[in-house]
Design a protein around this ligand. Structure first.
Ligand code: AHR
Length: 869
């Protein structure tokens, strides 16, 4: 908020001096004006609250035009977030209230309040009708501090009016029917730019209008500034020639910074887990895919997905009586009438195999007809080629696990796997699995080597998992419960993935922790704060739900159990579970995230506080990371920070997906942070151009911004780009750091910025004085330097970012630096702004206490200097 106020006063000052269009004080301004508040039906009513003003109640000028002053945050993106017929009201305490209808069917109105019509406090959605809708809500003052909210419910041709009474807009009396005629119907129709709009008119002070107009100007200015792209660099920097600069790194001006700065955020989005990092090659191995995973939209998305029968003599059915485990209720029943027919799995867009490599096949099976059955297992090519076979013999009617090894005779990306019973009869099958033996570090139930390795190459200091939105889920029933994801894979509880597919949780908490350990990264699990994703569609739009208070103690215990599972010794209940899974040594968990981009309201606060206090009391050694919404500003951000500061939460998780211009113009965000407040984990960020494109331009804007994070490494403790992985053809979100298919890994240019920072991080920051020959702000903001010292290696690392279209001839002075090795490693990432294929190039350069260095146009350089011992 402070940052925002600062920006506001700065911009106001700027307007006063510039021709951008200041709202200058006039001598004959009216004392008051009419303010009209309304919403339009555009974009399915999702454009939010607008204002127009008039001096005569006849001629109206809209602000913006149609600038959004309040946005409905109810329900899921794309189908909800609607504001219909808003009604604005000023109460006796000079607080503005806005109520509106959300849709045509829900018995809920939305409420938000504001002191200035600019900052709005958290929205609430009181459920006031269980069986009917809530249309055109309006507020009436009954007496001092007593108000009625009334609305119309429609059913067929029938219209009825109802009302509730409140004094605080938090608690309401039970719903009562009222006479339709007793409603005020105070909305008016007003013509704005030729359109009839429907809303409320208020007489307000001129100063209020002025502040709304200033807010609009500020937004327009920000949009223009943050829309800066290199596309217009020829205009912006047309006359610019090669620049000169001095960079003086001062070893006497240092500060300790976080040594956890660069990490990664793994979420099962874009098929990042199943079909991605998790090396399982068969899709729907457990026959648990369900129509509900895709909310019934895809009729083929059921227990048989990715399976089909081959041959005429096989019949596949799905059963759920006496499964292997109640968490995995469905299994296949294969009836063979003609030997040679069988069951085929398509993998995830085919199965990628490598000639000579070995694959672990396993399945659970039983023969209800009690006849022993040999099952032939074959890898098959597109044209029926046999790429390798093995067999297992099913010799029990009870569920039993069978294992075999397949050796691939060919390299292919589109193989399928066949299970062909060698005699007729019935066999039940489940957990049919195929893993390459070559998993990352050879782990069983392990990870795909190339993907695991490219992430490891960033040298991340931590991994945040399992989400993102996946962590808090679509409605409370979809919250990710860590206990469902550990133990034998056949006992884990798969579930719908909020991103519209299925998660087997084969890649579960054990595998996440193991991976962290394998690459030397700290685990950072994120636990839902007792509330589901704020964009949930289920559970009364989910977001205002929350785990019922009567179940919250159990939920808090689940969080405490996680810490015991990770860190407890083998004599503890949960430490033993970990040990039984093959890891007697504790995992050394230090961080726990609570919440993700939640709607920050009373429901959140109550639950978050319970969890936070319990962890703090039982495990003061754990750093809890709170949440402050999905943006760098707005209600969730402001309220999230308030709660975190009040409770003394050690760190909060900030998220922002923005334009390169935003990153260029906000490099000073953390310079101004209040150091007494919680530390910052920048848990999700990415720079993207229109169309969500990434390239050298976005990568350099991130490199620029990360110099600011290092400079503020005393408050910014951790950062992670998001999302990490995306499978081609299955991408729900762009941009991502690394794209892949079944056989290739395709890092973006942005990936190499992460890698260069990860591989070249330090724990002490050295102040640099940067002087550029051109003093214009646009030029100054495009060049940044950050120097860190890494105490582990003793190396000094200078990072230089030049986002200008011209080179900068620089004289680098290393002051008080002591003896250094004259040969340093230099890595450059450079290219045209639109370049998506640029790769870092490393060589050696000569350095000394002072040395010349040319920063190429559009480049990021890392110079790693060895100190002499
Ligand atoms: O990173 C993708 C998504 O973005 C995350 O799941 C969520 O936290 C954010 O909205």
């Amino acid at each position: 908020m402070k940052r925002f106020l600062f920006l506001l006063s700065f911009i106001t000052l700027l307007f006063a001096q510039s021709s951008i269009g200041a709202v200058l004080p006039t001598t004959n301004e009216p004392d008051s004006v009419y303010l009209f508040s309304y919403a339009t039906a555009k974009n399915s009513n999702t454009n939010g609250l607008h204002f127009a003003w008039s001096t005569d109640e006849k001629n109206w000028t809209s602000i913006g035009p149609e600038m959004r002053f309040l946005f409905c945050d109810y329900g899921r993106w794309g189908v909800e977030k609607r504001m219909i017929t808003p009604y604005l009201f000023l109460d006796s305490n000079k607080t503005w209230h806005c109520v509106w209808s959300l849709n045509e069917h829900t018995g809920t109105f939305a409420h938000a309040e504001s002191k200035d019509l600019i900052y709005w406090y958290p929205q609430t959605y009181p459920i006031i009708m269980t069986d009917n809708n809530c249309q055109e809500p309006e507020i009436e003052k009954l007496s001092e501090e007593k108000y009625a909210v009334s609305w119309i419910s429609t059913s067929g041709n029938q219209k009825k009016a109802f009302r509730v009474v409140t004094s605080d807009f938090k608690t309401y009396t039970p719903t009562q029917e009222m006479q339709l005629n007793d409603r005020m119907n105070a909305r008016k129709r007003v013509a704005i730019s030729g359109n009839q709009e429907y809303g409320t008119v208020h007489k307000v002070a001129w100063s209020l209008l002025e502040s709304l107009l200033n807010k609009q100007k500020l937004n327009a200015y920000r949009d223009q500034q943050w829309g800066e792209t290199t596309k217009t660099d020829s205009l912006r920097f047309g006359s610019l020639k090669t620049l000169n600069a001095t960079v003086t790194v001062d070893n006497s001006k240092t500060k300790k910074i976080s040594d956890m700065m660069i990490g990664v955020f793994f979420e099962d989005i874009n098929y990042a887990a199943d079909g991605g990092l998790y090396a399982e090659l068969l899709q729907n191995r457990d026959f648990e895919y369900a129509l509900s995973d895709k909310e019934g939209r895809d009729k083929t998305w059921n227990s048989k997905k990715a399976w089909h029968v081959a041959g005429k003599g096989a019949e596949l059915s799905i059963d759920s009586i006496s499964p292997i485990h109640p968490n995995n209720p469905h299994f296949a029943v294969l009836k063979i009438t003609e030997v040679g027919s069988g069951l085929v799995n398509e993998g995830f867009d085919g199965i990628a195999i490598k000639a000579g490599d070995k694959y672990d096949f396993s399945l659970f099976a039983g023969n209800p007809d009690q006849k022993n059955k040999k099952l032939l297992i074959r890898l098959i090519g597109k044209n029926g080629e046999n790429y390798g076979e093995t067999s297992v013999s099913v010799n029990s009617s009870r569920w039993k696990k069978y294992n075999a090894v397949l050796v691939a005779s060919q390299t292919a990306t589109d193989a399928t796997l066949e299970v062909i019973p060698q005699s007729s009869g019935t066999v039940k099958l489940d957990m049919i699995s195929l893993f390459p033996q070559k998993t990352f570090k050879g782990r069983k139930n392990g990870l795909r080597v190339d993907l695991a390795q490219i992430v490891a190459d960033i040298q991340p200091r931590f991994i945040r998992f399992p989400g993102g939105c996946v962590a808090h889920g679509d409605g409370i029933d979809n919250i990710y419960h860590w206990k469902n994801t550990v133990g034998p894979i056949e006992s884990r509880k798969p579930q719908k993935n909020l991103w519209g597919y299925h998660q087997t949780v084969g890649l579960g908490y054990f595998e996440y922790f193991q991976y962290c350990e394998d690459i030397g990264a700290a685990p950072l699990p994120v636990i839902a704060a007792g509330v589901p994703c704020q964009n949930s569609a289920t559970g009364g739009a989910g977001q205002q739900g929350g785990i019922p208070m009567c179940d919250m103690d159990d939920y808090v215990q689940e969080v405490l159990d996680l810490i015991e599972w990770a860190n407890g010794d083998v004599t503890t209940k949960w430490g033993k579970v970990r040990a039984d899974a093959g890891h007697p040594k504790p995992f050394n968990l230090k961080y726990v995230g609570i919440g993700n981009e939640d709607l920050i309201n009373d429901i959140f606060e109550e639950r978050f506080t319970m969890i936070f206090n319990a962890v703090k009391e039982k495990h003061p050694e754990i750093t809890v990371i709170g949440t402050v919404g999905p943006s760098f500003e707005g209600t969730d951000y402001v309220e999230g920070w308030k709660i975190a500061t009040k409770l003394g939460v050690p760190m909060v998780d900030e998220h922002y997906y923005q334009t390169p211009g935003w990153f260029i113009h906000n490099q000073d965000s953390y310079d101004k942070y209040d150091r007494s407040k919680p530390k910052v984990y920048l848990g999700e960020y990415a720079s993207h151009l229109p169309g969500r494109v990434t390239n050298i331009e976005t990568a350099l804007s991130e490199a620029l911004y990360l110099t600011a994070c290092e400079r503020n490494g005393d408050v910014v403790s951790m950062t992670s780009y998001a999302p990490l992985l995306a499978k081609e053809g299955h991408t729900q979100w762009n941009p991502d750091l690394i794209y892949f298919n079944n056989s290739e890994v395709k890092p973006t240019v942005d990936y190499f910025v992460q890698q260069l920072y990860g591989q070249n991080s330090g724990d002490t920051y050295l102040a640099s004085d940067v002087r550029i020959s051109d003093k214009t702000e646009a030029v100054q903001k495009r060049v940044a330097v950050s120097t860190v010292h890494d105490s582990k290696t003793g190396d000094l690392i200078v990072k230089l970012v030049n986002m200008l279209p011209v080179a900068v001839n620089t004289n680098v002075t290393l002051k008080d630096i002591g003896d250094i090795n004259p040969l340093a490693l230099r890595t450059i990432l450079t290219g045209l702004p639109t370049d998506k294929k640029a790769r870092p190039v490393t060589d050696q350069i000569s350095v000394s206490g002072g040395f010349p260095y040319t920063m190429q146009a559009y480049s990021f350089t890392v110079i790693r200097i060895k100190k002499k011992q």
